[in-house]
Design a protein around this ligand. Structure first.
Ligand code: GLC
Length: 540
């Protein structure tokens, strides 16, 4: 298979998200690694995706799964070395797969040499100025400079030995960088060049709407620390501030020195602000989490699709579609929960017996036909092609997400979607590696493994393969979509001569006329059963 040659490959790419720690363990230490990833490249190429996005693989104490980078120019030894990374990139390219890596610019790890240097230096020193250190409030300076709370829970300021406080919007081990400092700015251009020179095809940029802070540090009162502020974000003291665009333009200029590279933003901003990030000298695309947030409901899906396409059209950027990632409850589980249960709280609060696994899986099958037939690019999270569930019952003592500790054990966090991938029906860690995996896998993972699904034409894995192969053949660019009205509970649209129809209601509906190319479930007698989707080719 050869790489697509067009420089704008990202406009219609299917990007597979690899969480290196949980993908494949080549050396048997229980943690995934680059060796394991290299061995599994043929699987990814056969699946039929176009590109891979790797969660952070840089040197890191892994206090936040690698989003705490200690050195952006080297690889975490548990994952491998820079040489391994280069071998991976080269071999991925040989398989026709492009590679995106994760850029984490809002904060470093507290083990980054800059932060160590800052701690060793005096308050007010140059070294401290690369981060956001401030004296505290109150007569003894023992109150934090502002009331800001950290995303993972607790205050976002921590006091150091000499009385100064530093800002960390996430974990205490993730100090925020000061983006007004010229050295921070130039360092990140060097980081981009370092990885571009080693062949990466682009970057997924973490917390892309963060970076710039209001350094008067106004109190936020009751406004929560969520990534998307529920009030209009314009005057938020650290999310989506106008100053961030100048930084993005600097990065874009670096990318433009190379051919065919791209950046995708993880920007949790309000819809009316998103186009600003997609101007022609800024990001190539941004994640669009609206489909992920939508309930299994035809009207919601229709509204999200129409709104997303209109927004994308307005700026000439392709829309992107995501159903799952390493931060949210897996959709095979979400779709099996009653509509009234808020899935974000479900892992901690339950009710766990309200989950209907079969329903979730049936809908996940239909969702694959929707996700991969929408115009623009799609992101597939490792294991979604196997229908892996959220593992909500991990024992407390293995929980690793900082959310668990920082919330005072009130929120269990995101580990349940990060459990290592089962490759084999049995054996140690179901083929993930030779050792005990860093998170235990439930028994049902054997049944859901790649080995179990590979030879079974009715499996979800086989369905993903068929969908991806057909997508390549049927849906090129340009990205037209005509929404059709086939009933309240039906999501239906036309792309060229292909009709995509999903029955999201509880009664069967008549199947549109034409040749059925693919169906997510059995559909007897010219009917489309409930929670089943199909692709039909219209007869002229
Ligand atoms: C992003 C990542 C998440 C991480 C956070 C802090 O939201 O997706 O996993 O914890 O940023 O870097």
């Amino acid at each position: 298979m050869s790489a697509q040659t067009d420089a704008e490959w990202w406009r219609h790419a299917v990007v597979y998200q690899v969480y290196p720690r949980s993908f494949a363990d080549g050396d048997g230490d229980g943690t995934g690694d680059i060796r394991g990833m290299i061995e599994r490249l043929p699987y990814l190429a056969d699946l039929g995706v176009d590109a891979l996005w790797l969660n952070p693989w840089f040197r890191s104490p892994l206090h936040d799964g690698g989003y705490d980078v200690a050195d952006y120019f080297s690889i975490e030894p548990r994952f491998g070395s820079v040489d391994d990374a280069m071998e991976f990139i080269e071999k991925a390219h040989d398989h026709g797969l492009r590679v995106l890596v994760d850029l984490v610019p809002n904060h470093t790890s507290s083990e980054h040499e800059w932060f160590r240097e800052a701690l060793a230096a005096a308050p007010g020193s140059e070294s401290r100025d690369r981060y956001i250190f401030r004296p505290g409030r109150g007569p003894d300076g023992d109150e934090p400079p502002s009331d800001w709370k950290a995303v993972f829970g607790g205050p976002s300021w921590t006091r150091v030995h000499d009385g100064d406080w530093y800002l960390h919007l996430f974990d205490v081990t993730q100090p925020d960088l000061n983006w007004e400092h010229p050295e921070v700015r130039s360092e990140f251009c060097d980081i981009l060049r370092f990885w571009l020179d080693r062949g990466v095809d682009g970057f997924r940029v973490d917390v892309a709407h963060g970076l710039v802070k209001d350094t008067t540090f106004p109190d936020l009162g009751n406004r929560g620390p969520r990534l998307l502020d529920s009030e209009r974000a314009l005057d938020h003291p650290y999310w989506d501030r106008d100053g961030v665009h100048e930084i993005i333009r600097e990065w874009r200029a670096v990318l433009d020195e190379y051919d065919g590279r791209m950046m995708v933003a993880e920007a949790w901003v309000h819809a009316d602000r998103l186009p600003l990030y997609l101007r022609s000298d800024e990001y190539h695309q941004s994640f669009n989490f609206d489909l992920l947030e939508a309930k299994w409901d035809a009207a919601e899906f229709r509204a999200v699709i129409a709104k997303s396409l209109a927004a994308a059209d307005a700026v000439g950027a392709p829309s992107t579609w995501v159903l799952s990632n390493h931060d949210v409850v897996r959709h095979a589980t979400r779709y099996g929960l009653p509509a009234a249960v808020p899935w974000r709280r479900w892992v901690t609060d339950g009710p766990h017996d309200a989950l209907d696994r079969d329903l979730g899986l049936r809908r996940a099958r239909a969702a694959a036909l929707i996700l991969l037939s929408l115009p623009g690019s799609a992101y597939v999270y490792q294991g979604e092609e196997l229908g892996l569930p959220e593992v909500h019952d991990l024992p407390d003592e293995v929980l690793d997400d900082p959310t668990w500790e920082r919330s005072g054990h009130l929120r269990r966090g995101r580990d349940g979607c990060r459990v290592p991938i089962p490759w084999a029906t049995s054996g140690p860690s179901y083929g993930f590696g030779a050792g005990d995996p860093w998170l235990p896998q439930p028994e049902e993972f054997g049944r859901l493994s790649v080995e179990a699904q590979e030879g079974d034409p009715s499996s979800l894995l086989s369905l993903y393969r068929s969908v991806l192969a057909l997508r390549r053949r049927l849906f090129g660019v340009p990205n037209d979509l005509e929404m059709l009205e086939l009933g309240d509970d039906v999501l239906a649209y036309r792309r060229g001569r292909i009709l995509v129809v999903a029955n999201m209601g509880s009664d069967p509906i008549p199947l549109p006329e034409g040749e059925v190319l693919l169906s997510s479930g059995p559909s007897p007698d010219g009917e489309l059963a409930s929670d089943v989707a199909t692709w039909v080719q219209e007869t002229a």
